[in-house]
Write a protein that binds this ligand. Sequence first.
Ligand code: ATP
Length: 233
Amino acid sequence: MLTVSGLKTFYGNSQALFGMSLEVKAGEVATLMGRNGMGKTTTVHSIMGIVPANSGDIHFEGEAIRGLAPYSVARKGIGLVPEGRQVFPNLTAHENLVATAANWGKLSNPWTAERVYDLFPGLAERRSSMGNLLSGGEQQMLAVGRALMTNPKLLILDEATEGLAPLIRDEIWKSLEALKSEGLSILVIDKNVKDLARIADRHHIVEKGKVVWTGSSAALLANEDLMHRYMGV
Ligand code: ATP
């Protein structure tokens, strides 16, 4: 579904990606892991066209998308849950959801606010609260819901559980498992290796702007040296 190969991205003269390559197959959950500053967010921003890559290829459903503007990438069917949530503070939870609603891919059973509330019942009770008055966990659920309202075929989550209490984190993981069972493809960037190993099919470990290891959950968990060396776990 998504294939990234040989991506090189710069901030001015400073190179952040050195030939980044990764793959997400249809219906699978893939991860991007690695220590801070290794290029995970830059990879996501390059995929989305927020920080355009200077060279390399990005194919989504067989179509070359490198160089497209972020709104075009979103319309192709990639939904981003950005690092830091970035909910609209001066809109209610419900308004946050409907503000981004779109179905460019003409999916047959499009997301509605009610479906998001079914996925996150706690959010339903807070539907009339302003974005800035929601807890961190509620804002994170809203950020996931807001991305779903664009009816993506691939959902990308950048550090979606950062700073959340374990119970809330579990709720986010449960929602991803539910979305996976509905056939959504998902790319997750996160530091909770054990949780990711439970729900993901394919892992990519990033070091200094490129993938240095890729494999299954079983292979990841069996390799303590790998986790210690590249993730400090
Ligand atoms: P984190 O988990 O801390 O977000 P990351 O793996 O997502 O880390 P990136 O944020 O992609 O890493 O950063 C990769 C490299 O690019 C780092 O060296 C970082 O300092 C640099 N970088 C990131 N954003 C910018 C920017 N806006 N301008 C210049 N350099 C940047």
